[in-house]
Design a protein around this ligand. Sequence first.
Ligand code: UD1
Ligand code: PEP
Length: 419
Amino acid sequence: MDKLLIRGGQRLSGTVEIRGAKNAALPAFAASLLSDKPLTLRNLPDVVDVKTMQTLLEGYGVAFTERGTDALMLDAAQAGPREASYDTVRKMRATILVLGPLVARFGEARVSLPGGCAIGARPVDLHIKALEALGAEIDVAGGYIEAKAPRGLSGARIVFPFSSVGATETALLAASRAKGETEIVNAAKEPEVLDLARCLSAMGVRIEGIGSHRLLVQGAQNLSPATHEIVADRIEAGTYAVAAAITGGELELVGARLEHLAAVGEALEAAGVRLWPSDRGLMVTRPGRLTGIDIMTQAYPGFSTDLQAQFMALMSVADGTSLIRETVFENRFMHVPELVRLGADITLKGTSATVRGVASLKAAPVMATDLRASVSLVLAGLVAEGETVVSRIYHLDRGYEALDRKLKRCGADIERIPA
Ligand SMILES: CC(=O)N[C@H]1[C@@H](OP(=O)(O)OP(=O)(O)OC[C@H]2O[C@@H](n3ccc(=O)[nH]c3=O)[C@H](O)[C@@H]2O)O[C@H](CO)[C@@H](O)[C@@H]1O
Ligand SMILES: C=C(OP(=O)(O)O)C(=O)O
């Protein structure tokens, strides 16, 4: 397994290209299954999760054709509801997203319960309830979800008890090919959900309320060929914003959108980081000292749970104390013991972490445990004194394109050590 070796202490400056969001690319891939017409996706990130999704869809008979360096044409004309290999499905959460399109188009689907980052129990009850509301019969047994709707799905009112990104995506995907109108109440409004809605609109589905908590979807049986450009990855952007901040540097994040950082942008500003839109994206600099501030993760536009670990690394070297509350996933503090190994002063109590800023971090061997936890260790390594080795970085490769190369180009002393 590859490792990363980081010699801390370099101030970052330069330009980073922010790519399409993996968490928007994955549902867009699933959308291709709805149609027998090709779907071309642009601005795809070159990350392992996207490749895993490609392998999964190839298993269902979707044909892929390259269209330049970062675009693919997906053609599901010959697709069918075959069984996906457990080995592919267990690798990530988003594999559940094929269930809705398969049952909507073919009247049946059998998908293994999904894997993904070990950050909590992560039930799929809301996905199942959404499909049941549209008329699917669902059976969960032996680690598989089986869905049947021999006469197709029918539009319905789906009321979510709370906002779920994945369940909203399942509802949107399935409703797009259901007969009649579907109302989705308490829909998630993360930029990746909006991006899926835009992709489905380009395919010919009429969706009202995009960007709100209430979506109205007019199902369509005949979809059109479409092209869709994946929205820039706000989590990749936020991660590099923290990289600039923690090293006291200045980065231009090309393609990034300040408004998509939402509460994360506000928290960074409050901590002493300056962010402003540039012609090409977003500028980030940290002119003075960092101040510890309190945050609480929440659904968008609240503070993203996918940036909690990175922000904790930043708070580890800020002046004063920061209280970090995780409210989205119950077990998303796996980075804490590793940050402590690097000299951070963090106390965990239930779903809250108290971070007392220290004057400096010290290098140590650390272990990546999940995608965002891993990158928080790299960020801490950028300022730790000495050589930090981060092992098990396959987690990082799931969601960050060329992280080491992008950081190196901006002045970081970082090397990938192949296994
Ligand atoms: C591939 C992808 O896009 N992953 C993102 C997606 O995950 P994911 O779609 O899994 O996250 P959700 O928004 O669904 O999860 C929110 C909360 O709802 C709970 N829940 C969810 C579904 C369900 O059927 N029942 C249920 O109880 C979850 O356990 C969690 O506590 O959104 C999360 C929240 O922004 C991000 O951290 C993940 O990076
Ligand atoms: C948690 C993540 O991914 P997944 O939902 O696939 O585990 C993530 O992207 O941070």
